[in-house]
Design a protein around this ligand. Structure first.
Ligand code: UD1
Ligand code: MG
Length: 451
């Protein structure tokens, strides 16, 4: 059955006490609106309508053309918000699914079930209900003695007896379209002067129609976000959902309560994630990796069989079999080729370390290219900044940089060259040449005895 959908997202989100739209607050690394949108797209397979406020251009910019936007100029309640889509949607479908934008963890399967129930329902609407452990300000579902739904009572207008009812209105509805578009303009305002979508339920019952329902059993699907506290609860629930998914896909997570994976991250089979690890943004982790504990990986690509121990990695690429840490810091543009070893307290920025490069202890490498199998001694620093601009260092293959060498950029070291411990290299070094001293001067040509 053809089903159009509407996401209501124009509310001011006043209770968030934030300068940004509620829909852009992040859950599992993605704005709240992304979660709702995914679920609705998956359930209906059609481009939804999204009602937003006049100041929500940031929401518009994030969502782009995945939805049809409709602006609600004055916030006059959920039914008024839905009314803004009437001229677009009237006559275009048999069913209309409406979902509150602040219910980010509702799953596509639940929405699909609502569509199925309403497709068979003789009455005009199916609502989503739950009996959660916390009622968190939700409207209450009132039933008659025969079990049929009578109305939805908003918490603000409910009597103590009504508040004692534990069944709540989750905030998703599937309507018979023709009925919806004829009834919606007729709704009277609530005692607060707003127009409530929930009043459509009472309207249906008063004309002898029956109301269908689907009950959500998982508490974690129905966390409505009105406050920062709700946001934290949703973040926890999302984290569990994401971790469960990766464990089912063959990833070991030692402490699912203390592992923070964004919804956008991917991880290969047989990888192990140790506690207190954060993997964020556009990050991909290969197979059979060992990550953590205490690591932060942002927007990075990690190959197979890598080991990242207590480290921070941002906008970096690690090819297969790279191991770093403890306490390594990879900054934007760090590219570690296959088999690179980087030990404790190293920092790499905008540099390519060729296959098999070893950089064992506390070094800084910036704006540098390093050839295959070169060894970077402890305490090596590429002095890439002269106070005004950044300069490049180029180190060849099979080079041996002695401990505590300062490479004053711009500078080039030829293949097979060496620096003595404590060298300050200010001039290019020819191939197979040993330099030492501060500033370093040529001592002799290397020969076979040095290899
Ligand atoms: C609403 C329901 C309540 C339900 C709860 C569950 C009504 C009257 N009440 O209450 O029964 O238990 O959701 O989540 O519907 N919005 C607009 N324009 C407006 C007002 C709201 O687009 O003028 C949007 C909001 O952005 C939000 C959604 O509609 O995504 C719900 O509004 P909100 O103010 O959060 O309603 P609740 O108090 O949570
Ligand atoms: Mg709400």
């Amino acid at each position: 059955m053809n089903c159009k959908s509407v996401i209501l997202a124009a509310g001011l989100g006043t209770r968030m006490k934030s300068s940004k739209p509620k829909m852009l607050h992040s859950i599992g690394g993605m704005p709240m609106v992304w979660w709702v949108l995914q679920a609705v797209l998956e359930a209906t397979d059609q481009r939804p309508h999204m009602v937003i406020g006049p100041d929500d251009s940031a929401v518009e910019a994030f969502v782009g053309d995945r939805v049809h936007f409709v602006i609600q100029k004055e916030r006059m309640g959920t039914a008024h918000a839905l009314m803004q889509t009437a001229s677009d949607l009237q006559g275009s479908s048999e069913l209309v699914l409406v979902i509150n934008g602040d219910m980010p963890l509702l799953q596509a399967g639940t929405l699909r079930k609502m569509i199925e129930v309403q497709a068979k329902n003789k009455g005009p609407v199916t609502i989503l209900t739950a009996k959660p452990s916390k009622t968190r300000g939700f409207g209450r579902v009132m039933r008659a003695s025969d079990g049929s739904i009578r109305e939805i009572m908003e918490e603000a207008h409910a009597s103590p007896e009504q508040l004692a009812m534990k069944e709540v209105n989750v905030g998703a509805y599937c309507f018979h379209a023709e009925w919806l578009w004829s009834q919606l303009p007729e709704l009277p305002p609530s005692p607060k002067g707003e127009y409530y979508i929930t009043d459509l339920v009472g309207e249906a019952v008063s004309t002898g129609e029956s109301v269908g329902w689907v009950e959500v059993e998982q508490d974690d699907e129905i966390i409505g976000i009105n406050t920062r506290q709700h946001l934290a609860e949703a973040q926890n629930a999302a984290r569990r959902r994401i971790n469960r998914r990766w464990m089912l896909a063959g990833v070991s997570i030692l402490d699912p309560e203390g592992t923070y994976l964004d919804a956008s991250v991917t991880i290969g089979v047989d990888s192990t994630i140790m506690p207190n690890t954060y993997i964020q943004g556009d990050s991909e982790i290969g197979e059979d990796c060992f990550i953590g504990p205490n690591s932060l990986i942002i927007d990075s690509s990690i190959g197979d069989r890598c080991k990242i121990l207590m480290s921070v990695v941002k906008n970096a690429t690690l090819e297969d079999e790279v191991d770093i840490g403890p306490f390594a810091h990879l900054r934007p543009g760090a590219h570690l080729c296959k088999g690179v070893h980087m030990g404790s307290f190293g920092e790499v920025k905008a540099s390519k370390l060729g296959p098999g490069v070893r950089m064992g202890h506390f070094s800084y490498v910036g704006d540098t290219t390093i050839g295959e199998n070169t060894n970077i001694g402890a305490g090596t620093v590429t002095c890439n900044f002269d106070g005004e601009s950044k300069h490049e260092t180029i180190i060849g293959e099979n080079v041996f940089i002695g401990s505590d060498t300062m490479l004053v950029a711009p500078v080039k070291l030829g293949n097979g060259s060496r620096t003595g411990a404590g060298s300050v290299v200010t001039k290019d070094v020819a191939e197979n040449t040993l330099v030492a001293g501060a500033p370093a001067r040529a001592i002799r040509k290397l020969d076979k005895r040095d290899k």
